[in-house]
Structures are given as C-alpha cells and as structure tokens.
Design a protein around this ligand. Structure first.
Ligand SMILES: [Zn+2]
Length: 154
C-alpha cells in the first residue's frame, strides 16, 4: 500500500479502510463465489437502540434494501477509538454487507469471519490472527491512527 495523505476526517480514513478490506476479501478469494463487491457508505454513528446498544454494539450494517440509493450503510460506534478495534469492527460489518442481511451470526458467518482472520464464535471480540493483525498494522502505518476521540456518554 502506497503512502497516502493522512486526513483528520474520520470518513476519509474509514472509506480508505473499506477499499482496503474489500481488496483483502478479494485476495482471500472471498468475493469470487458469486459474492459481489458491495457499495458502502461508512461513518461513525450511534447504534440504533439507545444506551444499551451504545454500550454493547460496536458497529452496524444496514443493507442496500433500506437505503434510498441502494448502498449499504455501516456505522461505527463512536465510543470506539482504537484503530485496531475500528478496523476489526469494520471488517465484521463489511462481511455482513457481502453476505447479505439474511445471514446472521450463524455458522456461515462464523466460517467466513474465521477465514478472514477474525477469531471468535461469530461476532468480533478483538481477537484476530497474526496475518490479519499485520494487515491492520500496514493500514495504520499508511493512513495513521483513526482520527477520532472516543465519545463517552453516561
Ligand atoms: Zn455482526
């Protein structure tokens, strides 16, 4: 990955990460089995569901079916500020956008997540393989850390 101009805009950083992860999914042979590369909008955003969701949901992916321009919309909980947590959460949400909203966190999702290097039962819990950790390091070395400060709501 070439050195890019860093930005203070979170959306720029996240948008670059979307491209980076979709390229990674292609590298892993992931988008070749009839799974098309999704068009995605991404930004920080409070999860739907109030305080409980704020405290427990890292990110959300809304399918193209509920968006006026038919692009998936992903929101990263603004309480997350660690670059690795954000990248892991984004990869998890992108997997939802690729697999479609009919696939929940069952075996299909878990198998795909594990193939990409996300370790855990299904949802992202912060554990990743060494290969994926290296991919994250490379992205952060190029783009700098996530330009965000955690939002703390009591
Ligand atoms: Zn999920």
């Amino acid at each position: 990955m070439k050195q890019k101009k860093t930005s203070h805009l979170r959306e720029v950083w996240l948008d670059e990460a979307v491209t980076y992860w979709l390229d990674y999914m292609e590298e892993k042979g992931f988008l070749k089995k009839g799974l098309r590369r999704p068009e995605v909008r991404v930004s920080p955003g409070l999860p739907y569901g109030g305080k409980k969701a704020y405290l427990t949901v890292a990110g959300e992916c809304y399918s193209s079916a509920v968006s006026d321009d038919h692009k998936c919309q992903i929101f990263i909980n603004p309480r997350l500020s660690d670059s690795y947590d954000v990248l892991g959460t984004l990869l998890h949400e992108l997997l939802h956008s690729v697999l479609g909203s009919q696939i929940d966190h069952g075996p299909t999702f878990a198998k795909a997540a594990n193939h990409l290097g996300l370790i855990g039962p299904a949802a992202y819990h912060g554990s990743v393989t060494g290969e994926l950790q290296e991919k994250m390091q490379n992205f952060i070395a190029t783009m700098g850390p996530y330009p965000h400060a955690a939002l703390r709501i009591e």
